[in-house]
Every structure is written in C-alpha cells, then in structure tokens.
Design a protein around this ligand. Structure first.
Ligand SMILES: NC(=O)C1=CN([C@@H]2O[C@H](COP(=O)(O)OP(=O)(O)OC[C@H]3O[C@@H](n4cnc5c(N)ncnc54)[C@H](O)[C@@H]3O)[C@@H](O)[C@H]2O)C=CC1
Ligand SMILES: O=C(CO)COP(=O)(O)O
Length: 331
C-alpha cells in the first residue's frame, strides 16, 4: 500500500519505519524543506531521533501534494494544535476513500475537540477515520523494542486493514471500537505525566508517583464517562498502559518538563528551550475547561492548571491535593 505520514517529528519518523519494515511504500512529509532533505540524505532524523537510521526506501518530502496524492492511508503525526491547519492544506489532495489515521495525542484547545472530530469536521465526506495510541515512545519503536498499541475506529474493515498494515514481530496492534476512549486516554495521560515529573522534581518518590498514576487514571475515567467513552478502555493500552510509560520513562517530554517545573523552572522557559512538543501543557488547558464545563471532579488536573497557567507553587499544589477531605475510593 502507499502510505503517507504527515509530520517528521519523532513519532512520524518512527511510524514510517514500522510500516516500511512491513514492505509498504512510505512517504514522510516534513514541514521544513531542510529537514526533509537532510533525512533523505543521511537516512536519519538527527533533529528528533538522533542515533537511529531509518529504512532507505522511505521517501521524505516537503511537497504536501506529492506526499498525500494517491495514498491509501494518510497518517497524521503532527502536534495536536497544528493538526487542523495541516489537514486544511492537505485535504484537497486526499482521495475520499483514503483511510485517515490520527497518531497525535491531544485535544484542540479552541474547540475542545478530539483529533478525529477535527478530521471529521474538516473532511466530512470521509468516514474512514481511525486513531492509533498506546505506550509507545518513538525512541524505542525506532530501535524495534517490543511494543503494543491499539487502533480504534468505528469501521470494522478499517480496523482490520490498519492492524494488518502495522503489526509485526516488534509492533503488536490491538483493535478497539472505542475511538472516544482511546483518544481521550492518549491526550489526558500527558497531564498526569507532567504531574509525575513535578513530583520527582520536588524530590518525592515512588509512592507519590503511584498515587498520581492511580488517582490520575480515575479522573481520566470520570471525564471519559461524561464524554461517552467506555470505562474498560482506560484499563487498556491507551489508558493505564500509556499513563504508566509516560509517568516513568526517561523518554517522556511531558515527564521531563514536569521535573524541571518541580525544580522551579518556569513553563515558558521550558517551552522555549525545546523544539519538541509538550502536549500535556495544551491537554491541561483543554481538560480544565472540560472539567469545569461538565462539572467533573478532576483535582489533579485542576492543580496542574494552576501550576502551569497561574504560577502556583508546585509544592503548594501537592500540599493542597493532600489536604483535601478524606474520601471513599470510588470513581
Ligand atoms: N514521540 C513519541 O514517542 C510519540 C508522540 N506521539 C504524539 O505524536 C504527535 C507528534 O509528536 P512528536 O512526533 O513526538 O513531535 P516532536 O516534538 O518530535 O516533533 C514535532 C514535529 O512537529 C512539527 N511541528 C511543530 N509545529 C508545527 C506546526 N505548527 N505545523 C506543522 N508541524 C509542526 C515539527 O517541525 C516536528 O516535525 C504528538 O501529538 C505526540 O503526543 C504519540 C506517540 C508517541
Ligand atoms: O505518548 C508518548 C508515549 O506513549 C510520548 O510521550 P511524551 O510526549 O511525553 O514524550
């Protein structure tokens, strides 16, 4: 199959290699011409995934029309807040029967839409929309470390096609019909990962991280239930699986940003100091709005919002979480 991947950051590059390993024709689109040219030349994405070669058959281009024209699958692997603008440019070249797969983990801050909702709004005539998510750091996927992810779509045929396209001996793909749950898990876990990092930066240990992971997934479930997700999805790869990996991995940009915040660095400084996307910052903004809008109790997210956007002292945020009145452990 001819497969296009839009976004030559870490994730787009790693996914390109997976489908190329499976002998598909892969075209990777980079926003910057220089990056496209460099990856083509040295067969390595030195900026985003240094030290790992990609397959020589992968074609990297800056030409969006060339990238998506005649493709059977288009994978969107850009930062979530940029997905709509790129899709607006690309959609005139995308055929109606093309499968569109969202690989980005976020919620659009303006509209509070999930990425598949943004895709549907931009290309209403296309019903072959899906999402891929789960615990999958690009740095490990590019090195072919055994990884398990989930694809979700309402369309049974699309799910089968995508599973077949991606699955191999190091990349195991499960199917799920719960698009809402899979997308929400992927977006909201980044908030908990920032908080886990903050806790580390403050000098706290494993107990605090475990508390954040378990209480974090519960508030994700609460919001998910309100928004139509299936509870069981959050105990799967795109829920607890991704919370665990992102809260504990040295590769996580969200966790690393949290560590810096816990040590006293300002959010603006952290964002300015990296080219990489820290999705949890945007997810916190969106989730706080959703929590208020739907009246869902999300204390960790609310405190994260105060730390990220209202300059609250992270230590005080943890103290305030711990000082809440005693509760029964229910969802
Ligand atoms: N890195 C990972 O291990 C994984 C990332 N993801 C998700 O994939 C999405 C992309 O993340 P990464 O590839 O990690 O990003 P990255 O931080 O490695 O690279 C960002 C990429 O987006 C491009 N970009 C930045 N602003 C843009 C804009 N306004 N318009 C178009 N392109 C822009 C950059 O040039 C760069 O190619 C995110 O939603 C992330 O959560 C999902 C699973 C794993
Ligand atoms: O989603 C990811 C791993 O599953 C990547 O997480 P970070 O964006 O925190 O690096």
């Amino acid at each position: 199959m001819r497969i296009s991947i839009l976004g030559a950051g870490s994730w787009g590059t790693a996914l390109s290699n997976v489908v190329s390993d499976n002998k598909h024709e892969v075209i990777l689109w980079a926003r910057r011409r220089e990056l496209a040219e460099e990856i083509n030349q040295i067969k390595e994405n030195r900026e985003y995934l240094p030290g790992a070669k990609i397959n020589s058959s992968i074609v990297v281009t800056h030409d969006l029309e060339y990238a998506v024209k005649n493709s059977e699958i288009v994978i969107l692997a850009t930062p979530s807040q940029a997905l709509r603008s790129i899709l607006r440019e690309a959609k005139k070249y995308i055929k109606n029967d093309t499968i569109i797969l969202n690989a980005s983990k976020g919620i659009e801050n303006e509209s509070l839409m999930r990425m598949s909702e943004v895709i549907k709004e931009e290309i209403p005539q296309n019903s072959q929309i899906a999402v891929i998510s789960g615990p999958s750091h690009a740095e490990e996927v590019i090195r072919r470390y055994p990884t398990a992810v989930v694809v979700a779509s309402k369309d049974k045929r699309v799910l089968k096609v995508l599973q077949e396209v991606f699955i191999n001996n190091y990349f195991r793909v499960y199917r799920n019909y719960d698009v809402i749950g899979v997308e929400l898990g992927g977006a909201l876990k980044n908030i908990i990962a920032i908080c886990s990092g903050v806790s580390e930066g403050l000098g706290y240990g494993d107990n605090t991280r475990a508390a954040l992971i378990t209480r974090g997934i519960i508030e994700i479930m609460r919001l998910g239930k309100k928004l139509g997700a299936k509870n069981s999805t959050f105990s799967g790869l795109s829920g607890i699986g991704d919370v665990i990996v992102t809260c504990s991995s040295m590769h996580s940009r969200n966790r690393r940003a949290g560590i810096e915040i816990g040590k006293g660095k300002k959010v603006d400084e952290i964002v300015k100091s990296t080219k990489m996307v820290i999705e949890g910052i945007y997810a916190t903004k969106a989730a706080k709005k959703l929590s208020d809008l739907y009246d869902v109790e999300m204390p960790i997210t609310q405190e994260a919002y105060k730390v990220l956007f209202e300059d609250k002292d992270p230590k005080k945020a943890v103290d305030d979480l711990m000082a809440r009145r005693g509760k029964i452990e229910v969802y």
